[in-house]
Design a protein around this ligand. Structure first.
Ligand SMILES: C[S@@+](CC[C@H](N)C(=O)[O-])C[C@H]1O[C@@H](n2cnc3c(N)ncnc32)[C@H](O)[C@@H]1O
Length: 285
């Protein structure tokens, strides 16, 4: 905290403002902490989390309700490193940390800078491309967000870095996989089931929405199928799932649908309210 100006002798000059106490909410097997994730993470026991799926602010100037998404780059990377140190501490030895992030035309290096910073803490076990829109021949799939530029290509994908502590985590590739296209492969190659690995390119389009309200008035959500896929791939029944930057609760929704125990952290009360409503609606449906 910045020292108050003056002679420093009066008590009034040295007042400390305590950050507000975090509020907790429980919806079925999901728990939400409303408050700063760095503070909240420090209270989570060591080696207690199976899967982290998160999408932090990308530092590209998105208009969140309360978080200002534009810091000095070094400051942002130092902050992310501090969060990641906590994640390393609370992840189980065979845990998975899925980090979804993207750069921008102005900051194309940022996701890579961050991944390199995390090198001392984690092994990069897989690098998944989350494809949001794609053109195949003359056809196209997914939501195309037009971009006016002579220099830059339309951004159709984001990164999902799959970090683990030692690079040796066994995954359930088939549960997160797809059926064979050519069924003759099953007998020919001696597979026991009609299922193969999905690979590291995941086409997951956004659901079509007609306005911001249908996106919960949040500028940076991911589709529920993304955290679902990550949790399935990690493949532990009843896993303990964490999202320190929970936003509208998409990761917790995925955890709920898969019978897992989720813990979400979020600064903004409105986003917390949306997450609680989504979880309750889903439980009731
Ligand atoms: C990219 S969004 C996550 C969106 C989420 N994946 C979803 O589908 O709704 C990042 C979120 O982090 C929140 N945030 C920023 N700083 C935070 C902090 N220190 N602690 C907790 N949440 C924070 C922002 O308010 C924002 O909602």
């Amino acid at each position: 905290m910045k020292a108050a100006k003056g002679n420093g002798t009066s008590r009034a000059n040295t007042t400390h403002t305590k950050p507000p106490r975090a509020r907790r909410y429980k919806i079925g097997q999901q728990e939400i902490v409303m408050g700063d994730c760095l503070r909240a993470l420090k209270r989570v026991p060591a080696e207690s989390v199976d899967v982290v799926v998160t999408s932090p602010p990308y530092n590209i100037g998105l208009s969140y309700r309360s978080y200002p998404d534009r810091r000095e780059e070094e400051d942002y990377l130092d902050w992310m490193l501090e969060v990641a140190q906590q994640l390393q501490r609370i992840l189980k030895d065979d845990g998975s940390f899925f980090l979804n992030i993207s750069g921008s035309s102005a900051q194309p290096w940022l996701p890579f800078e961050l991944a390199v910073r995390l090198r001392d803490l984690f092994v990069l076990q897989n690098h998944i491309s989350w494809v949001k829109s794609i053109s195949v021949g003359e056809d196209s799939f997914g939501h195309f967000k037009p971009m006016n530029s002579q220099r830059f290509l339309h951004r159709g994908h984001e990164h999902v870095f799959h970090f683990t502590l030692h690079g040796d985590v066994r995954l359930d590739r088939l549960r997160a996989g797809v059926p064979y296209k050519d069924k003759s492969n099953i007998a020919r190659r001696g597979h026991r089931q009609d299922r193969r690995c999905r690979g590291d390119t995941w086409f997951i389009p956004y659901e079509t929405v007609r306005g911001r309200a249908e996106k919960f008035d949040h500028p940076g959500t991911f589709p529920v199928a993304l955290p679902e896929q990550c949790i399935l791939l990690h493949g532990r029944e009843g896993a303990r799932v964490l999202d320190p930057f929970m936003g509208t609760g998409t990761t917790l929704l995925a955890a709920q649908r898969l019978g897992c125990y989720g813990l979400g952290m979020e600064l903004d009360p409105e986003y917390v309210a949306i997450a609680r409503a989504r979880l309750k609606d889903d439980l009731a449906s």
